[in-house]
Design a protein around this ligand. Structure first.
Ligand code: NAD
Ligand code: DAU
Length: 357
C-alpha cells in the first residue's frame, strides 16, 4: 500500500512510520508541518529508505492537500497531525481549533474529492483512518468503570473538545458522503521520542537535571498508559483488519496514579543513573506539588475488549518493562533531547511553571 500519514514527525506518528518501514513492505508519505512538536530526527533511522518520503505541509492548506493526494495517489490515509498538549490548549486554544478541526475538515475534503475519482476496485480498498484520543469521553469518577466505544462524548479541555469535533466530522463524512473511515480512540502513550512537555519525559529529564518534579494537585489523577510501539501495532491492525465505519478503543489495561508514575521513574533513575546532580540526595526529594490543571480530568480507563475480540490485538509491553526501556532511551539519547530543548521549549516551561521549575 501507499500510505499518506499526517503528523509523522510527532511522537506517535514517528513510531508508526518506523514500524511500517521496518516491519512491512508499504510505502509512506509523511505529511507534517513541523511545529515545535515535530522532529525529523525521530525518523533518522528510516529517512534514507526508498519507501519513505516527506513533505513539509500544513493540513489546513487545501491546495497543497489536493496536490499531495493527486501526486502520491494513496491507498489509505492515517491522520495523526494535531496539536496534542492539553496544557497548551488551556493557555492558547487557537492552534487547536485550526489544526484539529479546520485541518481535519480540509483533509477530509481533499480525501473525498480524491476518493470520488477512484475506480471501483481502488474505492473498495481505500481507507481514511482518523487517530483520536480517549479524552473525548471526558473523565471517569468511579473506580472500575471503563470507556467503551459507546460512551457518550463529554470533552473537558479545548484540546479534547477539538479532537471530539474532529471525530464528529469524520463520522459525518462517512455517513453523508460514504467516505470509508476508521476511528481509533487511544489512552495515554509513553515511550521513546516523546516531547518533554508531557508527564513521563518531563519527569525523567527534570530529575536528571536536578530540577523540581511538578505534580499537579494531589497527583491522584489516573491515566491508562500504553507503550507507543503497542499503539503503532494497534493502528496497523485496525487499518488492515478494521471494519469500515467502526470505532475501536485502544488502551493498555494499565491504570496508574500520576504520583505513582513519578515515584516509579525516581526508583528507576536511582538504579540506572545513580550519579545524581549536585545537592540531590534522592530523586524523589525533587517531587513538588504545584497548582492543579484547570478542568483536570480525574480518571481515564479504556475497555479495549472490542479490538482484542474482533481484531486480535493486545498490548505486548508491561508498564515495568516499557518504563524501563523509556528511561534507558532518554539516558542514551542526549542528542535528541538537547535538540528538542530549544528556546521555544524553554519559553513554554517559564510560562507554565514560572519559577517552580
Ligand atoms: P505530537 O504533538 O507529538 O505530534 C503531532 C505532529 O503533528 C507533529 O509532528 C506536528 O508537527 C504535526 N502537526 C501539527 N499541526 C500540523 C498541521 N497543521 N499540519 C501538519 N502537521 C501538523 O502528537 P502525538 O502525541 O504523536 O499524537 C498524535 C495523534 O494521536 C494526535 O492526533 C493525538 O490527538 C492522538 N493521541 C495522542 C495520545 C498521546 O498520549 N500522545 C493518545 C491518544 C491519541
Ligand atoms: O489520554 C490521551 C491523551 O494523553 C492524549 O490525547 C494527549 O495528546 C496526551 O498529551 C495525553 O494527555 P494528558 O493530559 O493525560 O497527558 P500529560 O502528559 O500532559 O499529563 C498526564 C497527567 O499528568 C495529567 O493528569 C496531568 C499530569 N501532569 C502533567 C504534567 C505535564 C502533572 O501532574 N504535571 C505535569 O507537569
Amino acid at each position: 500500500m501507499k500510505l499518506l500519514i499526517t503528523g509523522g514527525a510527532g511522537f506517535i506518528g514517528s513510531a508508526l512510520i518506523r514500524h511500517l518501514i521496518n516491519h512491512t513492505d508499504h510505502t509512506v508519505l509523511n505529511v507534517d508541518k513541523l511545529t515545535y512538536a515535530g522532529n525529523l530526527q525521530s525518523l533518522a533511522s528510516v529517512a534514507d529508505n526508498p519507501r519513505y518520503q516527506f513533505s513539509q505541509s500544513d493540513i489546513c492548506d487545501k491546495d497543497k492537500m489536493r496536490a499531495l493526494f493527486a501526486d502520491f495517489a494513496p491507498d489509505a490515509v492515517m491522520h495523526l497531525a494535531a496539536e496534542s498538549h492539553v496544557d497548551r490548549s488551556i493557555t492558547g486554544s487557537q492552534d487547536f481549533i485550526q489544526t484539529n478541526i479546520i485541518g481535519t475538515y480540509t483533509l477530509l475534503e481533499a480525501a473525498r474529492q480524491y476518493f470520488n475519482e477512484l475506480d471501483d476496485d481502488k474505492k473498495r480498498h481505500f481507507r481514511f483512518h482518523h487517530i483520536s484520543t480517549d479524552e473525548v469521553f471526558g473523565d471517569l469518577h468511579g473506580t472500575d468503570d471503563l470507556f467503551t466505544e459507546s460512551t457518550p462524548y463529554a470533552p473537558s479541555s479545548p484540546y479534547s473538545a477539538s479532537k471530539a469535533s474532529s471525530d464528529h466530522l469524520v463520522r459525518a463524512w462517512h455517513r453523508t458522503y460514504g467516505l470509508p473511515v476508521l476511528i481509533t480512540n487511544c489512552s495515554n502513550n509513553y515511550g521513546s521520542h516523546h516531547f518533554p512537555e508531557k508527564l513521563i519525559p518531563l519527569m525523567i529529564l527534570n530529575a536528571l537535571n536536578g530540577k523540581p518534579l511538578p505534580v499537579y494537585g494531589d497527583g491522584k489523577q489516573i491515566r491508562d498508559w500504553l507503550y507507543v510501539d503497542d499503539h503503532a501495532r494497534a493502528l496497523y491492525t485496525v487499518l488492515t483488519k478494521g471494519k469500515i465505519g467502526e470505532t475501536y478503543n485502544i488502551g493498555g489495561h494499565n491504570e496508574q496514579k500520576n504520583i505513582d508514575v513519578v515515584h516509579k521513574i525516581c526508583e528507576l533513575l536511582e538504579e540506572l543513573a545513580p550519579n545524581k546532580p549536585a545537592g540531590v540526595a534522592q530523586y524523589k526529594d525533587l517531587i513538588t506539588h504545584v497548582k492543579d490543571r484547570a478542568g483536570h480530568d480525574v480518571r481515564y480507563a479504556i475497555d479495549a475488549g472490542k479490538i482484542e475480540r474482533e481484531l486480535g490485538w493486545r498490548p505486548a509491553e508491561t508498564f515495568e518493562t516499557g518504563l524501563r526501556k523509556t528511561v534507558l532511551w532518554y539516558l542514551n539519547n542526549q542528542d535528541w533531547v538537547q535538540n528538542v530543548q530549544s528556546g521555544e521549549y524553554q519559553n513554554w516551561l517559564n510560562k507554565q511553571y514560572g519559577d517552580k521549575v
